[in-house]
Design a protein around this ligand. Sequence first.
Ligand SMILES: NC(=O)c1ccc[n+]([C@@H]2O[C@H](COP(=O)([O-])OP(=O)(O)OC[C@H]3O[C@@H](n4cnc5c(N)ncnc54)[C@H](O)[C@@H]3O)[C@@H](O)[C@H]2O)c1
Length: 299
Amino acid sequence: MSTAGVNSAAGSHAAGARIVNGTRAIVTGAAGGIGAALAAELVSRGATVVLADISATVADTASALSTDTASGFESGAHAWVGDVSSVAGIDELIAFADDRLGGVDMYFANAGIIGPGELGENDADWDAIIDVNLRAHIRAAQALIPRWQEAGEGYFVATASAAGLLTQIGSAAYSVTKHASVGFAEWLALTYRDDGIRASVIAPMGVDTDLLRASGADGPAQAAVTEAGTVLTPAAVANVALDAVEAEQFLILPHPEVLDMYRMKGSDYDRWLAGMSRYQHRLNEANRLNEETTHAGND
Ligand SMILES: NC(=O)c1ccc[n+]([C@@H]2O[C@H](COP(=O)([O-])OP(=O)(O)OC[C@H]3O[C@@H](n4cnc5c(N)ncnc54)[C@H](O)[C@@H]3O)[C@@H](O)[C@H]2O)c1
């Protein structure tokens, strides 16, 4: 990535200023939630950023970041509205970043959707989530890796999920696409290391965002996430993530206990499956009782 400004990188992030300060980054899914927090953290560490989202509200998120009111300093946060999962959208986004930032050193493939519950009903259900949670990452890498190989540097960060290491109770498509995004980032990290290219994967459990709320207030999917550990703020996740990126750490776990769960799964898969299955059963029972009480209350 660009090392412009490295030597002038004073401030509170001395340890990582070498990597983030002066870099040019794209963050997808940046209208709100984790993406907006990643963009804010990048800007606060001296990066210039294109915030990309399918929601036009990304313009407000970027403009709130583009001026540091304390210093009046223009930080250079730009909004791009479009679909970051299509090849045409990604090409347009990268051309926009080239124009506004002069290049792309870091790409945060963060946009994601929760997708259908359980098995989903048809191909269209699965196509939509595979496009956003997985193909978007592949397509962005296909566009950027050749340029980064030539430049001898570049950094790809995927927001996957703890569901990509463990599972997502109540959603096959979310579990599968998040596993695939971990697998893809891992493959990038080992394949292009000698080219100076790095990759990391962010794998949180619950984070307080629209996506978590969209997973169904009283359903097993959301209960499984909120009961499993603390629900973090997006800002806390972004802070941990950028520290880890500065340290060039591959696996970023804002909930450190996920490492123990992942080890437990790896050390005895059958025991882990049996435990998760018991947990699923308990959640189903609680959900059934909840529905019965609601129906009785409506009679
Ligand atoms: N919230 C959690 O508990 C949690 C936990 C683990 C991982 N994650 C992951 O974090 C990432 C960010 O999600 P979030 O929780 O901040 O939710 P969010 O809904 O606030 O953010 C996701 C953003 O992606 C955008 N988006 C969706 N499809 C898009 C497309 N095709 N093109 C452009 N933008 C698109 C949405 O408009 C939205 O602004 C996702 O990949 C999600 O799977 C979230």
